[in-house]
Design a protein around this ligand. Structure first.
Ligand code: C2E
Ligand code: MG
Ligand code: MG
Ligand code: MG
Length: 283
């Protein structure tokens, strides 16, 4: 009896593993042609300055509208792209498109230039040609380097500090700003900030989520802000979903913020409509 169950069990797992592999391979093949088929687009989430509530830039977030599956989460397809190496094609395409979009709003007259912030995956950083890819995108789109920010996760940098700081030095020398994304989740933040030259950190939204109720999360967030400022770098809070979080972060001296309470990721025309609008009064 047990033997039979065991056998069935094995068959079940092996079949579902086959299916998972099949789906994965399928997803990769579809992702390979998704760009040329117009299934990929970029959403822009507005980023605001806490001091005066002004719109200062936007984060580019890739969207895949799959013909059968609908919207596929970036956490799924970026992972596929990263694991299969497809990111080395997709990454530069996203960067180029985001720079081209930002060139239209960055040159808007009479307004403070708004930055575009583009996510860069660990593999792109390890590739070694990131500074060249960035320079080419800037040259081809005419975007000012000061309008471009790159977001790297801590995991991209960990264990690879020598190469990472070389890349980052080259990038920053051109005027591009570099931010550490999802800061605080890698348990390594403090020591890495000494060795890896960045312009800012983005506090992961898992810290921001509970600052109103969890004194530990508030203490950590406050400490990150203080530490970043003592190093002379900017702090961005992610995942601001409530007015109270915004007010508290502002009180603690956080520089910039983004989140659903402030603004969801938008299609380009919606972002452009937002630019130049008067700053809404906020807590
Ligand atoms: P991320 O860079 O940390 O981006 C922030 C994520 O948080 C986005 O998810 C955004 O939609 C979401 N978010 C923003 N405000 C809120 C909020 O108030 N509450 C909650 N719960 N979530 C909020 P999204 O667009 O699903 O992207 C997930 C991740 O996928 C990104 O995390 C980034 O790591 C990656 N990603 C997205 N686009 C790209 C890309 O073009 N290249 C690379 N390498 N990675 C990308
Ligand atoms: Mg990001
Ligand atoms: Mg993030
Ligand atoms: Mg995050």
């Amino acid at each position: 009896q047990a033997k039979v169950a065991g056998k069935d069990c094995f068959r079940f797992y092996s079949r579902s593993m086959d299916q998972a592999v099949e789906r994965w391979v399928h997803l990769e093949q579809e992702l390979r042609v998704a760009w040329e088929r117009g299934q990929l687009s970029i959403a822009y989430q507005p980023v605001f300055r806490l001091g005066d509530g002004a719109l200062v830039g936007a984060e580019a977030l890739l969207r895949w509208n799959h013909p059968e599956l609908g919207l596929v989460a970036p956490s799924v397809f970026i992972d596929v792209a990263e694991q299969t190496g497809l990111i080395s094609v997709l990454g530069p395409q996203v960067l180029q498109a985001a720079c081209a979009d930002a060139a239209t709003w960055c040159s808007a007259e009479g307004t403070e230039p708004l930055f575009v912030s583009v996510n860069v995956s660990p593999r792109q950083l390890r590739g070694g040609d990131l500074p060249d890819v960035v320079s080419r995108c800037l040259a081809e789109t005419g975007l000012s380097p000061h309008c471009l920010h790159l977001e790297l996760t801590e995991t991209a940098v960990i264990g690879d500090e020598a190469n990472a700081s070389l890349m980052l030095d080259q990038l920053r020398a051109t005027g591009v700003k570099v931010w550490l994304d999802d800061f605080g989740t890698g348990f390594s933040g403090l020591s890495h900030l000494r060795r890896v030259p960045v312009d800012g950190v983005k506090i992961d939204r898992s810290f921001v989520a509970d600052i109103l109720h969890d004194p530990d999360d508030l203490a950590l967030t406050t400490a990150i802000i203080a530490m970043a400022h003592s190093l002379g770098i900017t702090v961005v809070a992610e995942g601001v979903e409530k007015e109270g979080q915004y007010a508290l972060l502002r009180e603690r001296g956080c520089d910039l913020a983004q989140g659903y309470w402030l603004g969801h990721p938008l299609a380009l025309p919606e972002l452009l409509a937002l630019i130049g609008q008067p700053t809404p009064p906020r807590a």
